[in-house]
Design a protein around this ligand. Structure first.
Ligand code: O2Y
Ligand code: MN
Length: 596
């Protein structure tokens, strides 16, 4: 129709195929949100929680076959298979359109089709981007309102531009046999059908802000990363910003909301984001980060006032809980919230919970919380120009091989450290415990293109910056020979952040090792923390045999990329091998005299 905008044309086209009973354009207002919530309470999609102790909070129970992202049903649909790379599932765009297009035919019959215009990033930021999600799930609309800037604010910005990423989502029949999460990065298009859950359905999050945006970032000279962003305040009040990539179940959100036990020394952590960062080179030649999201989609089990008091405070109001248990008093409950399950608990499927039976909350149960409610939220979390990043952390769950922290020798070496990242699985993630999964930059499930090219893009980013951030690897999960964690973690991780801050400022006691700079035995601030004798040495030690095996595993992982693997990664791999071949075993900083 003449005079129609690009969005209107697309909405009409989608409506012709999916045949909804009604179309609702979301304005993002309070009134609209409350109407949606009331509708969902009315039809049982949401359960109202205790409004005295949890004002504005609701519980949603998803279909038990639809409780997590489904990586095996997630595809990158590029014209050439090699552009998706060996670590992604690939489907040819034509096949994807035919196979999955059919599933959308009439999929919204009897339902309302919601059109959600949204912004990823602060409304006024030059680094923010627009999206429009079409969905037939009011639960998705309510979550998108918490996770993005949606409605009028986005529509206003959209009217001046045709540049938006369309994302089509339908619950379909929720059958895993007809579930597909498709990304067409060349067209900047997302299709998702058959799931109403989290990363599969809230298309602004993993689908757009990571898979499609990583492709856009390579073309546009920026990075879309699976990163938390924090500011570390020092005793003078100066705040240094740090980004950090960690695979799921490695405490990324807890680190983003860390409560420092060293506030009496003047150190405090501010939260900018807990999951995704968009990183651009600013006019000052520094890497600047925005958090493209407006909320947290946090995992409930294990979250408590001990492990993450900031999240507990944030999730006490205006929150949508998904797949947690509920107490007879109408309060949400999950394993790890407090030590004793209350009597009369109802589990995540709506059944009476009995001790020894299944968990009360699903291991991937979640809360969706507005970020602004977090007590540690940084006053700069919505700055249009983002925050300047001085350090990048890569981290995984490694029982043996990685020391508590080490610093790379250069940007290129740091990219290799990120590319060689791996983490050991926990029961919550896969059911298999302690299996090492290689997960470069924590982006394995989220990189929208060939990871070899992604490593190349990271290397190239180094030369675009006048002041590239220093790169570190951290491991909070090292264990002793009896399988006990050596490091207390949580708030105590601020001690590691302080060493990182010192290093960024050209200070901080360190020793040169084959893998990078490791803190000297007395390098970390230990005020108020007593570790058993020898623990710090063990935490910082480097076992050459374990590293030789690591080197071999990394080499095998890199092999799958063939000639596409950047030479810089081969060079760094060879340099690490060489450095390892030169040292005695085992090596711990206490034995090393070379300082830096
Ligand atoms: O299972 C899902 O759909 C959620 S996964 C998720 C949610 C919030 C932040 N990160 C993740 C992740 O898997 O990295
Ligand atoms: Mn994540």
């Amino acid at each position: 129709m003449a005079g129609q905008t690009g969005v209107e044309r697309w909405v009409d086209e989608v409506a012709r195929i999916t045949r909804p009973d009604r179309i609702h354009w979301c304005d993002g207002s309070e009134g609209e949100y409350h109407k949606l919530i009331e509708g969902m309470v009315g039809d049982g999609t949401l359960i109202r929680l205790n409004q005295k102790s949890y004002p504005g909070c609701y519980l949603h129970r998803s279909n038990p076959s639809d409780v997590a992202r489904t990586e095996h049903l997630t595809f990158i649909c590029t014209s050439r298979k090699e552009d998706a790379g060996p670590t992604n599932n690939w489907m040819a765009p034509k096949e994807a359109r035919e196979r999955v297009g059919k599933l959308f035919e009439g999929s919204m019959k009897g339902r309302t089709m919601y059109v959600i215009p949204y912004i990823m990033g602060p409304a006024g930021s030059p680094y923010s981007k627009l999206g429009v999600e079409i969905t037939d799930s009011p639960y998705v609309v309510a979550n998108m309102r918490l996770m993005t800037r949606m409605g009028k604010v986005a529509l206003d910005r959209l009217s001046g531009s045709n540049g938006f990423v369309p994302g089509l989502h339908s619950l379909g029949d929720l059958s895993p046999d007809r579930r597909f999460i498709l990304h067409f990065p060349e067209e900047r298009l997302i299709w998702s059908i058959g799931s109403g859950y989290g990363g599969n359905a809230l298309l602004g999050k993993k689908c757009y802000a990571l898979r499609i945006a990583s492709w856009m970032g390579r073309e546009g000279g920026w990075l879309a990363e699976h990163n938390m962003i924090i500011g570390l305040e020092d005793p003078t009040g100066q705040v240094t910003y740090i980004a950090g990539a960690f695979p799921s179940a490695c405490g990324k959100t807890n680190l983003a909301m860390l409560v420092s036990p060293l506030q009496h020394l003047g150190y405090k952590v501010w939260t900018v984001g807990d999951d995704i960062a968009w990183l651009h080179v600013g006019p000052d030649g520094r890497l600047r980060a925005i958090n493209p999201e407006a909320g947290f989609f946090g995992v409930a089990p294990g979250t408590s006032s001990k492990t993450n008091p900031n999240m507990m405070a944030a999730a006490g109001r205006n929150t949508i809980f998904t797949n947690v248990g509920v107490t007879p008093g109408g309060e949400p409950w999950w394993e790890g919230k407090d030590p004793t399950p209350p009597d009369g608990l109802i589990d995540w499927k709506g059944n009476r919970w009995a001790p020894g039976a299944e968990k009360a909350a699903h291991p991937n149960s979640r809360f969706t919380v507005p970020a602004g409610q977090c007590p540690s939220i940084s006053p700069h979390w919505e700055d249009d120009d983002g925050v300047p990043i001085s350090a990048i952390l890569f981290g995984g769950r490694r029982a043996r091989v990685a020391p508590l922290v080490y610093q790379s020798y250069s940007w290129q070496h740091g990219v290799f450290v990120g590319a060689g990242m791996a983490s050991e699985t926990t029961a919550a993630a896969t059911g298999a415990v302690g299996v090492t999964r290689r997960d470069p930059m924590a982006m394995l499930p989220f990189c929208g293109y060939n990871m070899a090219d992604y490593f190349g893009h990271w290397v190239a980013m180094g030369s675009r910056m006048k002041h590239p951030p220093a790169i570190f690897h951290v491991n909070w999960f090292r264990k002793d020979a009896d399988g006990n964690f050596l490091w207390p973690g949580f708030g105590e991780n601020v001690r590691v952040l302080m060493w990182i801050l010192d290093r960024v400022r050209g200070r901080g006691k360190a020793v040169e090792t084959p893998i990078g700079f490791v803190p000297a035995a007395d390098g970390l601030e230990m005020d108020g923390l007593k570790l058993p004798a020898g623990t710090m040495q063990e935490l910082l030690s480097i076992d050459r045999d374990a590293w030789s095996k690591e080197l071999e595993d990394q080499g095998k992982f890199f092999e799958q990329f063939g000639d596409r693997l950047p030479n810089e990664m081969r060079q760094e791999h060879a340099k690490l091998a060489q450095r390892l071949s030169r040292v005695r075993v085992p090596l711990s900083p206490a034995e090393t005299s070379k300082g830096s």
